[in-house]
Design a protein. Structure first.
Length: 105
């Protein structure tokens, strides 16, 4: 089940202006949920992809995406292959051939 929601991002004068994507959303499945946050920094190229799980642990992809849709598709492809739980801590299988570029915080 896919449930859409926009994610408002607050900024102040000392922080860069962050532009959220309308493609950001919450996805529920496998007995859990994730929040997909897609955004870019004003004046910079590329979209940032961050996936936050039910425990507020974030998976932030190191590489930026050319489009909002490409960022969303990355998550949808991972879920199609591995399920929603793949974004829980240590959820991705070890696959050095694919070279996934993300970090978990």
């Amino acid at each position: 089940m896919i449930e859409e929601a926009t994610v408002p991002i607050m900024t102040n004068d000392n922080e860069p202006n962050i532009i959220p994507s309308t493609l950001s959303r919450r996805i529920e499945g496998d007995g859990t949920f994730i929040e997909i946050e897609i955004y870019r920094i004003e004046g910079e190229e590329g979209w940032i992809l961050e996936v936050v799980d039910e425990d507020d642990a974030a998976t932030i992809y190191e590489d930026r995406f050319d489009s909002e849709q490409a960022a969303l598709q990355e998550v949808l492809d991972a879920i199609a292959e591995h399920g929603v739980r793949v974004y829980l801590e240590e959820g991705f299988p070890d696959d050095e051939e694919e070279g996934d570029a993300f970090t978990i915080h």
